[in-house]
Write a protein that binds this ligand. Structure first.
Ligand code: UDP
Ligand code: MG
Length: 328
């Protein structure tokens, strides 16, 4: 019999919940209350990792006053606002749990579903995707643009992202380790979280409106995120630019032949201002679009080669379930 001597050390923490927070002070009490009620019913050791993404409304100061008898806590403060993607990356790098759940601070994704997610993980799934059935509190335009984005992304990308699955999902330790090993600076998390693959399960749920405060995204930042998603996970836009160049080139050649023949047979006429203008403007548009596209990729290469850190941690504390002083 072969005895495996490489026993993997299993963390004492079963579940880690990562919560990125940007100016969420109003919701902290309810968040703690809901987590406390939920976790007090669970037998597993849980930790909650709060990542303060450079809030300026007192979120950090208020967070440090809170502690729980039911779960361990890690408090991480980034040196400025790096964005939700970077905040989640910071959280994932410091979790200790065997299973990890990403949760929004505004309780749009109900923590009460966590036991169901854990049950799927115990069945052997490495990733439990939470699919939004209804998206309460979002305008029809946001829902429509989100639907268009998922369609476009999945058409263009080589690593499809799950439609209507946000960042709220469970990841096994193994998947988290692979994600932490991904070195890219452009952290489009929906793509990064889907990329490693592994056994996937999906649970559907109704997404609620924010319990308080406003969304931290505007259309500008959402378009930026969509561009990040598409360019970080696909070369297809560049390929499309090549294809359209080839197609236009073929048409231009055929059209050129036709014009030459016409001129030789019927002589030269000076008419044709409209067609020249239309062709000229069309080609100028296509060229600018292609240059812009190349620029998007070059810009991202520029960010990657600089190798700057994705985030900077200004302060970090850990607190155990008992009311002990912080350990750094
Ligand atoms: N968030 C963050 N950094 C940011 C923006 C948002 O950490 O720069 C956090 C925010 O505090 C919340 C989560 O990301 O916990 C989701 O943000 P929001 O509710 O604004 O997004 P939406 O639900 O509208 O997509
Ligand atoms: Mg939200």
């Amino acid at each position: 019999m072969v005895v495996d001597t490489h026993l993997t050390a299993v963390s004492p923490v079963t579940l880690s919940i990562v919560i990125p927070m940007y100016n969420e002070v109003e919701g902290i009490d309810v968040l703690f209350e809901r987590l406390n009620t939920l976790i007090s019913d669970m037998d597993d050791l849980c930790e909650v990792v709060f990542v303060d993404d450079g809030s300026h409304d007192g979120t950090w100061q208020y967070l440090l006053q809170k502690h729980s008898l039911h779960f361990e806590t890690q408090y991480i403060r980034l040196s400025r606002n790096f964005g939700k993607e970077a905040a989640m990356t910071a959280g994932l790098e410091s979790v200790r749990g065997e299973a990890v759940i990403l949760l929004d601070a505004d309780l749009q994704d109900p923590p009460e579903l966590i036991p169901e997610m854990l049950a799927k993980w115990r069945e052997g799934f490495d990733v439990v995707n939470m699919k939004r059935r209804k998206r309460h509190g979002e305008t029809w335009f946001k829902r429509f643009s989100a639907a268009c984005f998922y369609k476009l992304m999945n058409w263009l990308s080589d690593t499809p992202v799950h439609e209507n699955v946000g960042d709220f999902r469970l990841l096994s330790r193994q998947v988290v380790d692979h994600i932490n090993a991904m070195p890219e600076r452009n952290r489009f998390m929906k793509g990064i979280l889907s990329w490693p693959g592994f056994a996937q399960a999906t649970i559907e749920f109704d997404r609620h409106s924010r319990q308080c405060g406003d969304t931290k995204w505007n259309y500008g930042s959402l378009i930026g995120l969509a561009m990040d998603g598409i360019t970080s996970f696909s070369f297809k836009p560049l390929r499309l630019a090549t294809y359209s160049g080839v197609t236009i080139g073929v048409f231009a050649f055929v059209y050129g032949l036709w014009i030459m023949t016409k001129t030789l047979v019927f002589g030269e006429a000076v008419a044709g201002y409209a067609s020249i203008m239309v062709t000229q403007l069309f080609l100028a548009g296509v060229q600018l679009l292609a240059i812009g596209l190349i620029g998007e990729y070059v810009g991202r290469v520029f960010v990657e080669v600089k190798q700057r850190p994705i985030f900077i941690v200004a302060q970090a504390y850990q607190q155990h379930r008992s009311d002990k002083p912080f350990s750094v």
